[in-house]
Design a protein around this ligand. Structure first.
Ligand SMILES: CC(C)(COP(=O)(O)OP(=O)(O)OC[C@H]1O[C@@H](n2cnc3c(N)ncnc32)[C@H](O)[C@@H]1OP(=O)(O)O)[C@@H](O)C(=O)NCCC(=O)NCCS
Length: 169
């Protein structure tokens, strides 16, 4: 099935075009935490405790369909113009409709500092490449390694690569 066929057969006629992408508000906290938790097991997504979602709620952008949260993404600002795309999740019901792509594009588009270096750690390389990211060496991002990777149970068998948005230097 190609991508346009996925769109036509989306859950209850949903497409990336009729999705509302907006900043998250505190009342979205529980649903965001639940959505992320629902996709942790089968992917390389890191779990995010509900308290952390609450603390960082202003960093989340969400995709809403008929009042339901279909997807989310967060932007973590490390300062000095370094920003990570993280906690990207789309509910299984709404997968492969272009919603994940739309969320990442919008979150980048809305980011205030247009010269920021925006990166992600991911096992979905082709997904990010299609959105204008390219592969880079993980060692470029020490802050990320300190904060998450040191505590990650997959540290020694990590299957993620680092991708950076924008043109190569
Ligand atoms: C990764 C994830 C967010 C993608 O969400 P999504 O809404 O299904 O994403 P999209 O519909 O935009 O793209 C999914 C697929 O549709 C197809 N697609 C999307 N845009 C396309 C296009 N323009 N042309 C052709 N195919 C396209 C691709 O097959 C794509 O998968 P691929 O990039 O891995 O090949 C979702 O699968 C998820 O939540 N996974 C579990 C958590 C996770 O892995 N998060 C990412 C951690 S970095």
């Amino acid at each position: 099935m190609n991508h346009s066929e996925h769109r036509i057969n989306g859950a209850r006629g949903a497409t990336a075009e009729n999705v509302l992408v907006r900043h998250a508000t505190p009342s979205d906290t529980d649903l965001i935490a639940r959505l992320i938790a629902s996709r942790v097991k089968e992917s390389s997504l890191l779990p995010v405790p509900v308290d952390n979602v609450q603390d960082d709620i202003n960093s989340y952008t969400i995709a809403e369909i008929n009042g339901e949260i279909a997807g989310c993404v967060a932007m973590r600002d490390y300062g000095d113009g370094l920003v990570e795309v993280r906690s990207l999740a789309v509910s299984k019901e709404y997968s492969n409709l272009g919603i994940g792509s739309k969320l990442v594009r919008e979150a980048i588009h809305r980011w205030k500092d247009k010269s920021a270096k925006i990166f992600a750690l991911t096992s979905r390389t082709s997904f990010f490449e299609r959105l204008g990211f390219h592969l880079v060496d993980k060692s470029l991002f020490p802050q990320k390694i300190w904060r998450d990777c040191d505590a990650c149970p997959k540290k020694e068998r990590c299957d993620e690569v680092a991708v950076l948005h924008g043109t190569r230097e």
